[in-house]
Every structure is written in C-alpha cells, then in structure tokens.
Design a protein around this ligand. Sequence first.
Ligand code: NOJ
Length: 567
Amino acid sequence: MDTAVLSTGIADRPTELQSLPINPSIVDPLWWRSAVIYQIYIRSFADGNGDGTGDLAGVRSRLGYLRDLGVDALWFTPWYASPLADGGYDVEDYKTIHPSFGDLAEAEALIREALALGIRTIIDVVPNHTSAEDPWFKAALASPPGSPERERFWFRPGKGENGDEMPNHWVSNFSGDTWTRTTNPDGTPGEWYLHLFTPEQPDLNWNHPDVKAMFEDVLRFWFDRGVAGVRIDSAALLVKDPDLPEVPEDIEPGQHPNTDRDELHDIYRSWREIADSYQGARILVGEIWLPDSERFAKYLRPDEMHTAFNFDFMARPWDARELRESIDSMLAAHAPVGAPSTWVLSNHDVTRPVTRYGRADTSFAFATKRFNTPTDLALGLRRSRAAALLSAALPGSLYVYQGDELGLPEAESIPVEVLQDPMYFRSDGVDPGRDGCRVPLPWSGTRPPYGFEPDGSASAPWLPQPDDWAGLTVAAEAGDSASMLSLYRTALSIRRSHPALGDGTLTWVDAQDGVLSFTRGLGFQSVTNLSDVPVELPPHVRLLLSSTPLENGLLPSDSTAWLRTQH
Ligand code: NOJ
C-alpha cells in the first residue's frame, strides 16, 4: 500500500465513513502549501456536555460541518490542562487534556475521525512560557535562590538597596510589568521572575537543556498521536540575552535582548528534524510578529518552519495601495526561502474583520483597541466578504478563524463584569481585550445559547452571546445563498477544485486606482474593487463568484469577483 496513504490514516477509515468523498489533498505531501486551515478556539466552538464550555465532544459532533465547509486542517488553540489564566496559553501539562474539554483518548479519537474525513489536526505549543501551576515552576518557587530548580526560569535579585526594583524595564506584550517579586518561606520579599505576558505565565529559560528536551518530547508525543502540525506560540520570543539588559534605543537586527535572537534558529532546526522524522508532512507554523519581513522569512528557511502567520496583511487598512504593498512585500520576502505565504484575516487575538473593516481606522493594532469605537457593521460585512475572496485567491495557505465564515462581528456588548481576558485587566480597563472575538459560536435557534450547547443545559455559555445573532447561526446561514457561510463554502470549493489556486504565483493586471486585479495561472482572475465607484470587469468567460451581486454588469465598491478567463 502507498505509504503516503497509510500515514494519513485513510486505511483506518471506519466503515460508516467509507462512502464520504475524500479530500484529495490528504495524500499530498505538499498539502500545507495550499491548505485551508480552520482555527478552533475550543472553549467557544461547540459544547457537547452542556457545561457552557466548548469541548472535544462538541467538535467531534460538528466534523461534518467542517468537512462541508471544505477545510483541509484544524488548528486547535491549547487544549491542555491549564488554569486558563490566559485562555490556555498557560499550559500546566501538555500530556493531559483540560478536563473541561475532554481527555486524551477523546483527542486521539478526534484526530482519527477528522483524518478519516480528510481533515488534518494542528496543535498549539507555547514554548516561551509555562503556567505558574507547572510543577517545574512550583518547585522553583519552593527552592532557594541559585538552586537548579530556578535555572529553568529567569529568577533574579531585584535592583536598588532592598532589591525592590525590577531587574530591568522590559515592556510586557500585555501592558504592565514583566517581573513579579516572590516571597521567601519566612515571608520576606525574595527574588523576581520574568514573564513577558502575565505573572501566571513565567518565561522559560531556553539555555537550559531540560527546557529543550521537554519540548522535543512534547512534539514527539503529539506527532505519535497523528497530529499533522504544530503552531508555535510567540515563536520569536523564546531566547533571551542572559544578561537581561535594557532594550537599547537604536537596535541592530538580532540584537534585541528578548525578540528575534539568532539563537532561535537552531531550536527550530532541531524541531524540523523531529517533524521530518515522521511519515506524512508534519509541519511547523510560527506565530511571528516581526516588522522586518526579511528577518521574518529567515524562520522559513527549508530546514526551519514550514510557514508562519502573515500578520502584515491582516493588520493593513482596507486600502488598495496598502494591501498591494503588503502582498508584494510578503511574497517577495517568502520567495528566496521557497516557503508559501499564509493569508490570515483574524484569529482569537484580534478584532473580528466585520467590525474592524466597518470603522474609520480599518487597520489592526493591539495598542489602539478601545471601547465604544463607532462601527458601520453593514460596511464591515461587505468588506469582509470582499476580503475573504481576495485572501482565498492569493498564493499560499489560508487561515479561517471560527465564526468568520459566519461573518460574526466582534461581540461588544459583553458586560465588563464578565470579561475574562488579562489584556483588559492589565490595561486597567482601557483595552477591551479579546473576549469579543471569543464568544461561543451560534449554531441554531433564535436566542442564546443558539445551539452552542445541548437543549436544556443548565449552564449558560462561558461568555454571553449577543441577543441579535439569530440571523448569524449556522442553521440560518446554511439555507441562505446570500450568506457569508454560503460565500465561504462556494469559495473554498472553487479553491479546492481550481488548479491555479493555492500555492503558486500571481500576476498583477493593470487596473484603475483602488482596484486590485491579478491572475492565477491560466484562466483565473480575481478583482477587488476598493474604490468608491463601481468598475467594469475585465474580459472573462464566466463570473465564478462575487462577494456582492454585480450592478448592471459592474463590480460595486468593496467587492471581489472571481472570473474564469478562458474556456
Ligand atoms: C499569542 C496567543 O495567540 C495569545 O492568545 C496569547 O495570549 C499569547 N501568545 C501568549 O501566549
């Protein structure tokens, strides 16, 4: 038997699934270059047991939905044992599933069942930091300064006469301090420890061999269970200058004391060796926020990661010149290393596109998020539809964050008393945080919980859903050919069957100001009109799909059309 087929698990297809169509990319070793990857924020996808929190049982019961949507892989945000101080990005134990989500046997079953439908699984690992409940960290706190237990983290004495000043003034990604002072067993103030995020997420010391060995073991543990890839959280932050100096004002690339240090590349080379030692293409996907696209691309050299999230495109405003510049510069940065670009419109950290594109400032930046920002949701939805087709037509792989296929807006009516995100608390309530894009999905019905949990469940969803989402449920949209869900289903089906889409190159076609027009191979052209006026479409034999109906044959503003240009 073909080993590629064997390694996908298709040979193990349960009989009840035998008759379902197989996703052709499942036997393709280069699947990841063109894949559509659907991000599951498990707490909010579907609740199988009625406790108000999404879980593995919920995902298993909705695999048919994901197959019909036409995705090639699922990326799960962390599903491990965790105090959930940062939504699971504070991992206590990688080999145990959080009890609210299920257990390891269920995760294994889910991986198998998804694969049997032609859908791969990507898990999340968080190597920059751990959880304050991690036994290593507890042992470190219980051990004296200078002890081997503390060397796996960054413990330092404070500065100043009584050691009550922080060891340095690094800025947290979550606002607030990056150091927390410990208390000695006798109650006196002790050393400080470093956390680039919350105090519940102590940073690991990647110069320590135990840390390296632990993550290599985690990779093997999950690859052994059939996962097809690993998303690497905060991938450019792991390595620190051991002297922990202040961040200089003028800084050469690679010289930052905690970001994008050259030593990182050896870590990812060793991870790549592990991934490559498994059958089937097991991939590494980096979460890398770096302004310098050449430095970014270094992580994608052939012996490092396979792909990384393209946040530049995601953060750009809805403006033709800006988007084109981003597309060109990201494709140019990827070309020398031979890696495909990714296209990402949102994730569990950023404002939903429907909301973002409906604002005066359509770009994304963590620092500028505020409550009560005026928003035109109808405009935002229209642009999101256009952006969905634009990004799905670009060369490379595509990420879809759960709920974007329904056109969910950011939920902005969550009472502040129930907000959970540390970004809100650590900004003293100035930043609304990320809960608004993490609200449980609406599946059916006209009122919360909209089928998110079984009928009659005693617990409400862990975050409240807005009252006006009846028209945004899967059930409502599935029967409406004009819905966002129908647009996504059609687009992903065209994308899967069209040989020119996915990996490859694009060729820009001259167009008037405010219009992005490009061909993909022979016969396919995408046109996005970001100008204020309707535009004529170029010559074509058939309109394959448009995000807004044409008006008198013209493509209205804030719309994308996909065209077949040859027979
Ligand atoms: C990036 C993750 O996407 C985000 O949700 C998390 O809070 C930080 N990394 C810290 O792990």
